[in-house]
Design a protein around this ligand. Sequence first.
Ligand code: SF4
Length: 255
Amino acid sequence: MGSAALRTLDRLDLAPRYREADAVRLNHMFRGRDTVEMLTVLLNENMLGDAAIVSSFGAESAALLHLIGSIDPDIAVLFLETGKHFPETLAYRDQLIERIGLTNLRNISPDAGTLAEKDTTGLRWSYDPDGCCEIRKVLPLRAALAPFDAQFTGRKAFQSKTRTALPRFEVEEGRLKVNPLADWDRAAIDAYMTAHDLPVHPLVAQGYLSIGCAPCTSIVKPGEDPRSGRWRGWDKVECGIHTPVDTHGMDDPIF
Ligand code: SF4
């Protein structure tokens, strides 16, 4: 890292918990910088405090896991084990963990008492997907992330119209959210996976381009955006663990 960047780091004075101004500064600091270079600086300089990757082990998860795991294989990897995943996703999770050499997978399960009280049939997804995501994803993830200062996500701007303004850095509830692939497109991800010989989620070949829980995931038709297969038929585009995107200081977030 150059001396100018180091001087900027000195001025950042990053607190264990983050403020909006930190996201703005980080977006400007790393604007135009290569993703691998950015991740190397962030992790090797311990700029983030305690950080975790939140991964769905879905169609595009391998690239992020490999990018970060190649620098820090011991980083915590949080997987929301909702109880509703495709068996192929669970097998792919185990395959990727072994292939990349990640050592700190944490399967995060919903609270059993809450499930017994609020989803007795296990079918809440069919009449109240927001409520189902709340008890199977949002609340367990909130508890799991409590000790961490920052989280890495695999979100990308190209995935849907609701993510086109996605910046690399955001702050949510005082925690830094880092989206290293914000500016990556489909071709870049495919090229990275090919270059590193990473396995593809087995359901991609069947037309599943964005893969979440089995009841809420369907095949994406030609011409549809990749996330259109999620919660098809519902006015729902996110599971609740991500809030609508703000640009956080980026004039042009697709950098
Ligand atoms: S994606 Fe569907 S099954 Fe999974 S937690 Fe949300 S509503 Fe429930």
